[in-house]
Ligand binder design. Structure first.
Ligand SMILES: Nc1ncnc2c1ncn2[C@@H]1O[C@H](COP(=O)(O)OP(=O)(O)OP(=O)(O)O)[C@@H](O)[C@H]1O
Ligand SMILES: [Mg+2]
Ligand SMILES: [Zn+2]
Length: 435
């Protein structure tokens, strides 16, 4: 297989081929259809979500020989040149390296002349936030009285660094991170047409890792294909993306649920040594605990958490071993601790404290369980020694059961904590004594 850069090969060429960004596509296609295209746009949003792609599609829509049209033909000279980045009337300017007043003065000169062949002169300025203040001021004049034949498209990942005066003269579009399921679907289509097979879990992991950036997803895919060839497994992806972090994270979650403080802290230390930042670890642990809680609490949790099928199965298994109420409290403690972390010079200690507290959350008993224990106790007291009565499976405590009910009961694990302090209000000995 010849090596291709997927992100370049699969740049969308029409509005229909763009994944996500429905609001942008709809507004732009409506404007084109109604012949009411604004003269200046500000495209904002994360890296690799389609800003440059849509800018070029818009340029083609305006300048296609059969246009203006919402479906540029793709094979006329204008369309072809724009796609290749060689069109005379479509200028792609890198704001970072053309940020000074002189470059913008030149641009203002050029704006005055009519297009050499096409309908519009389209200026796409990437990283526009990098322009100097003088350059922005010079640009402002042009934006106020733009010639009919000119369209500006500014793109930036940092809109807050673009002066309001510029922003207010543009139609602004905030590009969104592409939802996980849409990235998955897009990758699946591309892989099918590249004749590459992939595990569902592997595909999901790549999509998740890209956090909504289609370009990142495709770059990761390039990397995985270079390593794995035409058949990709989840293990290979795990190896390449270093998702072993996630395994460690799950182990920490297990240790937390088991209340194992020293193992919890040991595992964290391992990750710190590996180079993970305190804030990052805190966030990931919070996310993981939240996922566990959702898996525990919701029937349809599969769609509510970003977990692969096998990860979900592990979370589901772990969720069975912990009471919902306890998990909720653990999550609350972590949430409190982690909220402080961002502002504190003692981030690591705060995280450790939160983890220790979370480990030590005692199991919570349901009222039903407590009532069951009470009736066991009552039965035992009434009948001398009834042995493990209804619901009890611990060894019979005989006469010594009185007052130390905590040694018996449905589950022997952590029984001492089970009845205190939350249950002291309904101290079984009182009820039992009066029976
Ligand atoms: N919404 C999308 N639909 C389909 N493909 C996309 C989308 N967004 C990005 N891509 C893919 O990623 C590549 C880069 O996208 P694009 O240049 O449009 O991103 P960008 O938002 O301009 O990113 P940057 O901020 O880094 O300039 C495209 O060639 C395409 O393969
Ligand atoms: Mg771009
Ligand atoms: Zn065309």
């Amino acid at each position: 297989m010849t090596y291709v850069v997927l992100a370049r090969k699969w740049r969308p060429q029409t509005f229909d081929e763009v994944v996500g960004q429905e609001h942008v596509r709809q507004t732009l296609t409506n404007a084109i259809s109604l012949d009411r295209v604004h003269h200046a746009f500000l495209f904002t949003g994360a890296r690799g979500v389609g800003k440059t792609s849509i800018a070029r599609i818009l340029a083609k829509s305006l300048n296609c020989e059969s246009g203006p049209t919402i479906a540029p033909c793709g094979h006329c000279t204008a369309c072809k040149e724009i796609a290749a980045g060689t069109a005379m009337d479509v200028f792609e300017i890198d704001g970072a390296s053309n940020r000074g007043i002189n470059e913008i003065r030149e641009l203002r000169e050029s704006v005055r002349y009519r297009p050499s062949r096409d309908r519009y002169k389209v200026y796409i300025i990437d990283e526009v936030h990098m322009l100097t203040t003088e350059a922005f001021n010079a640009l402002l004049k042009t934006l106020e009285e733009p010639p009919e034949h000119v369209v500006f498209i500014f793109a930036t990942t940092e809109p807050e660094r673009v002066p309001v005066t510029i922003q207010s003269r543009c139609q602004r579009f905030d590009f969104k991170r592409v939802p996980l399921d849409q990235v998955c679907g897009h990758l699946r289509t591309i892989l099918a047409s590249e004749s590459i097979t992939i595990d569902d879990d592997a595909l999901f992991m790549i999509a998740r890792e890209s956090e909504g950036s289609v370009r990142d997803a495709l770059s990761l895919l390039d990397q995985v294909i270079a390593f794995a060839g035409t058949s990709i497994s989840a293990e290979q992806v795990t190896g390449i993306l270093g998702i072993s972090d996630r395994r460690a994270l799950f182990e920490i979650l297990e240790a937390l649920v088991q209340g194992d403080v020293s193992r919890t802290l040991e595992l964290c230390k391992g990750l710190f040594d590996y180079g993970i930042g305190t804030k990052e670890l805190a966030n990931q642990l919070l996310d993981a605990t939240r996922d566990l809680l959702v898996v525990k609490s919701c029937e349809n949790s599969r769609t509510l958490v970003d977990l692969t099928k096998s990860e979900w199965a592990r979370f589901h298994g772990l969720a069975q071993t912990v009471e919902g109420g306890r998990l909720e409290r653990m999550f609350g403690l972590l949430l409190d601790g982690c909220s402080e972390i961002a502002r504190s010079p003692f981030a690591k200690m705060l995280l450790e404290l939160a983890l220790i507290r979370a480990c030590q959350v005692p199991p919570v008993q349901s009222v039903h369980e407590i009532l069951e224990q009470l009736s066991t106790l009552e039965a035992r007291l009434a009948g001398g020694d009834a042995g493990g009565g209804s619901g009890g499976d611990g060894p019979g405590g005989g006469g010594r059961a009185r007052g130390t009910a905590t040694t018996d009961g449905p589950a022997s694990r952590n029984q001492t904590q089970l009845l205190s302090p939350a249950t002291t209000a309904t101290q079984p000995s009182n009820t039992a004594g009066s029976a």
